[in-house]
Design a protein around this ligand. Sequence first.
Ligand SMILES: C[S@@+](CC[C@H](N)C(=O)[O-])C[C@H]1O[C@@H](n2cnc3c(N)ncnc32)[C@H](O)[C@@H]1O
Length: 200
Amino acid sequence: MKKTLEEHAARFDDVAAAYDDDQTPEYNECVALVLEHADVGGADTVLDLGCGTGAIALGLAADAGRVVGRDISDGMLTQAREKATTRGVDNVAFDTGRFREPNYDGDADVVVSNFAMHHLSDAEKRSAIDTIAGLNPHRIVLGDVMLFGGPNPDAPFYSPAVDDPATVGVLADAFTDAGYAVTAVEMVHEQVGVLVAETR
Ligand SMILES: C[S@@+](CC[C@H](N)C(=O)[O-])C[C@H]1O[C@@H](n2cnc3c(N)ncnc32)[C@H](O)[C@@H]1O
């Protein structure tokens, strides 16, 4: 991790109010793909890690039984809660939590994460994926900055000062080692994609 958790949280606190107004077509495509691949049903409990202002959590709420959103930024969580209230969504709970300590007990049927895990180092991502696997989801959907080729700091989505994206291969190996089969990989951009892992 190139910044501490506190530094990342403060960075997102600062942009939280305007976060939803400043998104790229690739981000929007990634959100749509994560929602589609999550393929949740009415009995499912869904955990969204690095939920931010709730794009994924709130997008899945109508189809899920229950959605739990976790993030390290109070500012982002405040925005997410306000959106849930405004939209009358009452089956979503947002609270503080991090990838490797999600502040969530019990099992999750589906775990999703969008544009958040790339802040962790590759070793931390492995540890986070092991933590997620310990919640026994049958499906994990990861949309994120991920490298389909070599890293290119001059291309969009990768700021070396704050980001630490993994290659698709490193992520696929981590999911496989955690006991999952990678069932889909969607490339949105050479540095952005969606990976789906399911129980074997
Ligand atoms: C780019 S935003 C994405 C938010 C949301 N998932 C979306 O699709 O709009 C990244 C989020 O990850 C959160 N984050 C960063 N590191 C985290 C960690 N270790 N554990 C949990 N959340 C983290 C940040 O606070 C921020 O809200």
